[in-house]
Design a protein around this ligand. Structure first.
Ligand code: DC
Length: 750
């Protein structure tokens, strides 16, 4: 049986580390699908294509991406390193959001996992690539934790490391893009098991997943793709430990020079300079060093004594003389001792040979006795309480004591803190201007050697920003309106920042009531845009711009109905009909066929451009933005009321002379008198009254033919039809003949 394990989750959640270890442990294959999207990005960047144009990714048709010994090869070249550059990381989200690219990669991924047991990690493995995987895991972790891991990873690889804030930003942006893209967005499959790795070690996560795998009946013997030797397993185990150890290390934010500058407990105990330290002998102790000492004796307070003409003042108070392990002598004064009451004599507390631990408080370059302190040792011990604050990125308040070359020295409740310049948010700030200010910092390391905390203002600000961002996100409700800024344009919409770096998606269909084909035609990066929230959930904020724009068509159509009479201005007249402005934003159309019941009516005789008309609504269609009007339907159809009997005598007026006949108005209807039906030598003029007989009457075709000849029945019907056809064709006003006569009728005439 082939086993498939899908591991999805945001960047830095530990997917690849875990997946690799698991694959080895279970003896099955591992496929890093993110690496494949990265390889596409490497090639796209090298080719210099327009990354935003999906068409240009056709290069993938003849691109090879393969894995050999777990390293990725692009067109035969090992690109394991090239895919991890910042440039690739910054652009990969764009590349992987295109449907075409995803299709290609998913096809490859499925092929690779077709015949073997495999673990794949990525964003859409459980949802798209391996929807039937035996086990689906969704790994998550705190953003700050993930950013730290990513920094360590880069640091280890000797790559450029951004600040924690920059890394958090970079990751948050990528997470957002990965989970907001239209195709295969990062999301947890319904049947996936979520594991938050923030406070779990790597081996704990591997263990957890291994037991899930086992619970589901995984049998190593059946699934192992490659047999692992004992030696290999040992190497793996060692690597596992190493990775774990590295992950547990703190992010060292100190600059190299920092070690030369020691911020100490108090001015007295403060440090010697680098040169000073260098002049000290190899085995001599250094300030703030923890030392073991043996009590030699307790020296009593002594008064001033005169030695020759010199006044010697050995000490005004009792102190303990001790010997250090390197043979040097040292002194512990009362105020540097702990657990001694004021009324207790030191001689009663210390005996020769007692072993103590203390911190070196001061070293005299001339080889004088070293000053030692137990209070400093106590302080050093108490620093342990900050380990938790470091782990939890706790924000502390601290007062700036002084500016030094490499940053600022601060005091937090009696504890010295060093804020290296690299961890100050405003990189151009004048350090001296901070002195005496209280600022917020996050301890990033407990520095026992120098009895202080290393703190970061950038991390504190990033956390505060994150907090504000989270608060802001949770305050967002459906219906809220924001003045946003367009941050990014994609083929399917625009990402709009609402505030605090929070972006929502304004889908292309939500930009305007009118169809928008290309986002850039309406919006550009940097544009201010008013938007309304139409949907919020944990993964996304969907926005609408059109919701805030009046929908004139909808309003009009909602307030109207078919059959209603409306007023409007005939703003344009053309061959097809009349455009009628129903209001400033909405137009109706009066087709030529709806102007009059008379087939040959001239629109301009009935409608004047610019004038107000009243018409009947005969069709409403909001989707097509179509309002069709009729003028003729305001009155009854005279053809329906007329009744002519063939052969009956009728009187009419010649209204128009046509090439092959005459248009005759008979009781308000347009009749036709073909020339052939006029007796020879009879001259007819426009306006002349004629009396004749009905030769044909078909009201449904608005057809009335009259003749002035006596021999009605002798007129050849065929010739008449031809004549009638010509009349219709020649008459310019009726050149959209089909409007008047439906096509079948027209064909019948021929
Ligand atoms: O895991 P990673 O950071 O190497 O992934 C690189 C990018 O590829 C990331 O932005 C998400 C994307 N990706 C994806 O869209 N689908 C996958 N199956 C794997 C990665």
């Amino acid at each position: 049986m082939k086993w498939q394990i899908a591991i999805d989750g945001p960047s830095g959640a530990g997917k690849s580390t875990i997946a690799k270890l698991l694959a080895n442990k279970l003896g099955i294959e591992y496929l890093d699908t993110g690496a494949m999207y990265r390889a596409c990005t490497v090639k796209a960047l090298r080719l210099g294509i327009n990354l935003e144009d999906e068409e240009q990714y056709r290069f993938l048709e003849d691109t090879s991406i393969e894995f050999r010994n777990h390293e990725i090869y692009l067109d035969g070249e090992n690109v394991a390193e090239a895919i991890r550059t910042l440039e690739v990381t910054k652009n990969v989200s764009m590349v992987c959001h295109f449907g075409y690219v995803r299709e290609k990669m998913v096809e490859l991924q499925r092929k690779m996992g077709e015949s073997i047991s495999i673990i794949m990690d990525g964003r859409d493995i459980g949802t798209v690539v391996l929807p039937n995987a035996n086990l689906k895991i969704f790994l998550t972790a705190d953003l700050a934790e993930r950013a730290k891991r990513r920094m360590l990873e880069r640091e280890e690889k000797g790559q450029n490391v951004q600040t924690l804030e920059e890394t958090m930003d970079e990751m948050a942006t990528r997470d957002y893009k990965d989970s907001h893209r239209e195709i295969a967005p990062l999301c947890k499959a319904e049947d996936a098991i979520e594991i938050d790795t923030t406070n779990l070690s790597i081996s704990e996560v591997v263990e957890k997943i291994t037991s899930l795998v086992n619970e589901r009946g995984f049998k190593m013997e059946e699934n192992k793709n490659v047999e692992m030797s004992v030696a290999e397993e040992q190497v793996e185990a060692a690597q596992e430990e190493k990775v774990e150890e590295v992950t547990k290390q703190e992010v060292s934010a100190q600059p190299a020079e920092e070690s030369t500058e020691v911020a100490a407990e108090n001015e007295e105990a403060s440090v010697s300079s680098e040169e000073e330290a260098e002049t000290q002998e190899e085995n001599s102790v250094k300030p703030l060093q923890l030392v073991k000492v043996v009590v030699l004796e307790v020296l009593p307070a002594s008064k001033e004594v005169k030695k020759g003409d010199k006044v010697v003042r050995p000490a005004k108070e009792e102190r303990v003389l001790v010997q250090l392990e390197n043979g040097q002598e040292g002194l512990l004064f009362r105020n540097d001792l702990v657990d001694i009451n004021e009324d207790e004599e030191l001689v009663d507390q210390f005996m020769e040979g007692d072993e103590l631990e203390a911190i070196v408080k001061k070293v005299f370059p001339d080889g004088g006795k070293v000053l030692l302190s137990q209070t400093l040792l106590e302080k050093r011990e108490s620093l342990k309480k900050f380990e938790e604050a470091v782990a939890n990125h706790e924000v502390l308040k601290a007062k700036v004591v002084k500016a030094i070359q490499v940053g600022l020295v601060l005091d937090h409740e009696g504890y010295t803190c060093l804020l290296p310049s690299t961890q100050i948010t405003d990189k151009d700030a004048d350090l001296a201007s901070f002195v005496k200010q209280e600022i917020e910092v996050v301890p990033i390391r407990v520095d026992y050697n120098h009895i202080r905390l290393i703190v970061s203002q950038t991390v504190a600000d990033a956390i505060k920003n994150k907090q504000e961002k989270n608060d802001f996100i949770s305050s967002i409700k459906e219906g809220d309106v924001f003045d946003g800024t367009v941050k990014n344009i994609t083929s399917y919409g625009a990402f709009v920042e609402l505030g605090h770096g929070v972006e929502g998606l304004l889908h292309i269909s939500e930009i305007d009531h009118n169809r928008v084909n290309k986002v850039e035609k309406v919006l550009n990066t940097g544009d201010a845009v008013k938007v309304q929230v139409i949907k919020v959930d944990t993964h996304r904020i969907n926005l609408s711009r059109k919701a805030l724009i009046p929908n004139y068509w909808k309003d009009f159509i909602d307030s109207c109905e078919v059959g209603a009479t409306v007023k409007g201005i005939a703003s344009d007249i053309n061959n097809a009909g009349v455009v009628v402005d129903l209001n400033e934003h909405v137009q109706g159309f009066l087709p030529k066929s709806e102007v009059s019941w008379e087939k040959d009516a001239n629109i301009e005789d009935l409608v004047t451009k610019g004038s107000e008309i009243e018409a009947k609504v005969i069709e409403l269609d909001l989707n097509k933005k179509r309002i069709i009007l009729s003028l003729k339907q305001l009155v009854a159809n005279p053809w329906e009321e007329a009744n002519f009997v063939i052969g009956a005598t009728v009187t009419g007026t010649i209204v128009k002379i046509l090439p092959e006949g005459f248009k005759v108005n008979v009781n308000g209807l347009s009749g036709y008198l073909p020339k052939g039906n006029v007796p020879k030598d009879t001259v007819l003029l426009e306006g002349q009254e004629v009396t004749g007989k009905v030769r044909a009457f078909e009201p449904e075709r608005t057809r009335l033919i009259i003749t002035l000849r006596e021999d009605v029945e002798k007129a050849t019907p065929k010739a008449d039809k031809k004549e009638f056809g010509k009349y219709m064709k020649n008459d310019k006003v009726t050149n959209t003949f089909g409007d008047f006569l439906n096509l079948d009728d027209y064909k019948n005439l021929k």
